[in-house]
Design a binder for this molecule. Structure first.
Ligand SMILES: Cc1cc2nc3c(=O)[nH]c(=O)nc-3n(C[C@H](O)[C@H](O)[C@H](O)COP(=O)(O)OP(=O)(O)OC[C@H]3O[C@@H](n4cnc5c(N)ncnc54)[C@H](O)[C@@H]3O)c2cc1C
Length: 396
């Protein structure tokens, strides 16, 4: 049976749900249909995220996105008008600590910290002694500088964020359908229909005025149906949960060191690194790179914090970044060659925290034809087509 909707959203995890909620909040009665191939979200980046938010980005627009995000996350229930069924996202505001041990790195930290503060962030620029005074369990002898965000940075409930948007969107009339989008039909330079396969294997067409690509790591596949390219690919990240009985620091920040990141989690620690041979992976490949903890992370971790002398990996998981190979930044807005296809892609490992602001921005663009509350044009599709990188340097 064929269907119609005003807006069809491909992908129903955090981004798809946020866009759907914002659209129907701004225009009650708008007919929004969200297509989700796997409602267990077992492979969605949203479910496999480390679920943290920071203000410490190197581009002005990403700081502004996080300024909005932290307020929304902190007051989630209220912002959803009490309709999300999630009373709190349990924000744990321990801050992020970025470390540098080079002269150039120190200068770069100082420069971006000033930009972040100008946007309202609380980023403090520290020397090694200040790091030691606040976190005495860290080795600081090699440090040239550090930046610490004492407020508005930490971690929160990822599934709560998605579930809240979803529930609140349903309450506003959004329809969520378990179906895989599998093709696009076009006429006159616009998408007219999305081909879908339903869970019982049936095929159908959905016609609509606008289509949003919120397909995460599979975003490029959606563009290929229209004969277009998108420089977004799945990149594997293996996350380790470790127990370190001699390192119990529940007030620890999310530490970003040269070769790994680390944060506390319920008496244990979460840590991960970027593999040296980082490259695209199959979207179905969730085989962990187990050697990374022993071969890459542990030695650096121990050098930074001797309390990690005894460690045991108690758990691990694998998630995929939807990695933008041009500039590791989001790709947002209408596609210049197909103006009723809106992209919401390429978040490269920092999309969860961006869901509130990006959802609002895309909804405004779809409804009014331009960015409104926040100018997101730096993240436009045009730069991808023109090969003009808008680089986010603080990628972890
Ligand atoms: C290990 C890891 C750590 C991370 N840490 C952080 C962090 O600390 N902070 C942060 O902000 N971000 C983090 N991220 C990134 C963040 O999780 C993602 O950017 C964000 O969740 C992206 O949401 P999304 O909705 O775009 O994509 P996804 O969550 O991947 O959802 C895409 C959805 O689209 C569906 N889909 C795909 N193709 C189709 C189709 N053809 N038809 C129908 N449905 C389809 C999929 O089933 C999926 O549910 C991390 C990611 C990973 C993997």
């Amino acid at each position: 049976m064929n269907m119609t909707a005003d807006v069809i959203i491909v992908g129903g995890a955090v981004m798809g749900s946020s866009v759907a909620w914002w659209l129907t909040r701004m225009q009650p009665g708008l007919d929004v249909l969200v297509l989700e191939r796997d409602p267990s979200f077992a492979q969605a980046s949203t479910a496999l995220s480390v679920a943290s938010i920071r203000q410490q980005f190197t581009t002005d627009v990403n700081v502004k996105i996080s300024r909005f995000g932290i307020d929304f996350i902190r007051h989630f229930d209220e912002r959803l008008g009490g309709t999300g069924g999630v009373s709190s996202l349990g924000l744990k505001e321990n801050g992020y600590l970025f470390l540098s041990s080079t002269i150039d790195g120190a200068a770069a930290l100082a420069e971006v910290a000033a930009m972040q503060r100008a946007n309202g962030a609380a980023t403090a620029l520290w020397d090694a002694d200040q790091v030691k005074a606040r976190f005495p369990w860290l080795e600081t002898g090699d440090l040239t500088a550090a930046t610490f965000g004492a407020r508005d940075e930490g971690w929160f409930d990822n599934m709560g964020l998605m579930a809240g948007f979803r529930t609140a969107a349903k309450a506003q009339g959004v329809r969520f359908l378990t179906a895989r989008a599998c093709g696009l039909r076009m006429s006159g330079g616009r998408i007219t229909e999305v081909e879908i396969e339903t869970k019982d294997g049936g095929r159908a067409l959905v016609s609509g005025s606008s289509v949003v690509n919120a397909a995460g790591t599979r975003a490029a596949e959606v563009l290929r149906w229209a004969g277009l390219d998108l420089a977004v690919e799945p990149r594997k990240r293996t996350v380790f949960v470790v127990d370190a009985p001699n390192a119990r620091h529940p007030d620890a920040p999310l530490l970003i060191d040269a070769g790994f990141y680390l944060r506390p989690e319920h008496g244990h620690w979460i840590t991960a690194t970027v593999p040296q041979d980082d490259g695209p992976c199959d979207p179905n490949d969730f085989e962990p790179d187990l050697h990374l903890f022993e071969d890459v992370i542990w030695e650096q971790l121990y050098a930074r914090a001797p309390g990690f002398d005894a460690v045991k990996v108690v758990r691990h998981w694998v998630g995929h970044y939807a990695y933008n190979t041009l500039d590791q930044n989001a790709i947002l807005g209408p596609h210049p060659h197909l103006p009723n296809l809106f992209l919401c892609n390429g978040f490269s490992g920092h999309g969860l925290q961006q869901a509130p602001a990006v959802g609002r921005g895309l909804a405004e663009h779809i409804l009014t034809g331009d960015w409104q509350s926040l100018d997101l044009s730096d993240l436009s599709v045009a730069r991808m087509i023109e090969g003009r990188p808008f680089l986010e340097r603080a990628i972890v």
